[in-house]
Design a protein around this ligand. Structure first.
Ligand SMILES: Nc1ncnc2c1ncn2[C@@H]1O[C@H](COP(=O)(O)OP(=O)(O)OP(=O)(O)O)[C@@H](O)[C@H]1O
Ligand SMILES: [Mg+2]
Length: 259
């Protein structure tokens, strides 16, 4: 069975120093086509920094990044995005006064290099609108399409951020704490939408809630102090004594059991 435009992402010995501080070191990560992979680790472990390296925000101090075998280490953020490497941010980046429909239309226009496409020929405009509606339907935002973003529940706003990423036609999506700030009752719904994204899109997501991580990832990479401590499935990670020690010993997010 051929799946459209599946990609795999690989790093070799990837690292970055800020001055004398090694924020990420010697990370060799592999994301299979269509993966649902979680990146976990305590606060300050280097998770966001790793995503900034993958997307080209930071230039690595060491190592290489490959997309479908092509070395993309020296490509710009834009060039990587055009190859299908797309991310969302830990912090909400939406325009509150636009509607979801307007937001997604703008994102599609940006992808297509159409500038302010409101003034382009009607047929082109209709195509963009149809695509925008399809993306909003996929993320179950269609009934909210015409409301100002600021009036949406926060969980819906975060779904809209994924919709905007979808407008870039990703082959690999990097989600930095997509459920951050979302009430617990709504975060499952958000991850269900992520799980149901087209199967050719590989997803690497950062998440602190282990219940969500175990429920929605097939593979988990554990980052501690900038290095991959271990990788495995939920059972392997959940029973690993080193992982338990990191979380039960120090983290404020999980457990928080102090003597
Ligand atoms: N541009 C920078 N300059 C200097 N230090 C940085 C820079 N970016 C990140 N760091 C440091 O690198 C470390 C890793 O930060 P990062 O934001 O990647 O952690 P994280 O795993 O995403 O944490 P959290 O779970 O809190 O989001 C931190 O100590 C941070 O202060
Ligand atoms: Mg972070």
């Amino acid at each position: 069975m051929s799946r459209p435009h599946s990609s795999f992402l690989k790093t070799e010995g990837l690292g970055i120093r800020f001055g004398s501080f090694q924020a990420v070191g010697d990370v060799s990560l592999h994301l299979e086509p269509g993966a649902r992979q979680a990146l976990i680790g305590p606060n300050g472990a280097g998770k966001t920094t790793l995503i900034n390296l993958l997307t080209g925000v930071y230039k690595p101090s060491s190592g290489r990044i490959y997309l479908d075998g092509q070395d993309i280490t020296d490509l710009s953020c834009d060039q990587r995005a055009r190859l299908g490497l797309v991310r969302t941010f830990q912090i909400n980046t939406l325009f509150p006064s636009l509607t979801p429909l307007e937001s997604v239309v703008l994102a599609i226009c940006e992808r297509e290099g159409l500038g302010s496409c409101w003034w382009k020929p009607v047929r082109r405009y209709t195509q963009v609108h149809e695509e925008a509606h399809e993306i909003l339907r996929r993320l179950k935002l269609d009934t909210l399409a015409q409301l100002p973003v600021a009036t949406l529940a926060y969980g819906k706003q975060r779904l809209l951020e994924i919709a905007l990423a979808m407008a870039a036609r990703p082959r690999i999506l990097l989600l930095d704490e997509p459920a951050a700030g979302v009430p617990q009752g709504e975060s499952g719904e958000l991850f269900e939408a992520v799980a149901e994204l087209p199967s050719h899109i590989g997803v690497l997501f950062i998440e602190h809630d282990m219940n969500l991580v175990f429920r929605f990832s097939q593979r988990i990479s554990v980052l501690v102090a900038g290095k991959i401590l271990m990788e495995g499935n939920a059972a392997e990670v959940g029973t690993d004594p080193r992982v338990r020690e990191v979380y039960l010993g120090k983290s404020t997010h999980i457990g928080g059991h102090h003597g």
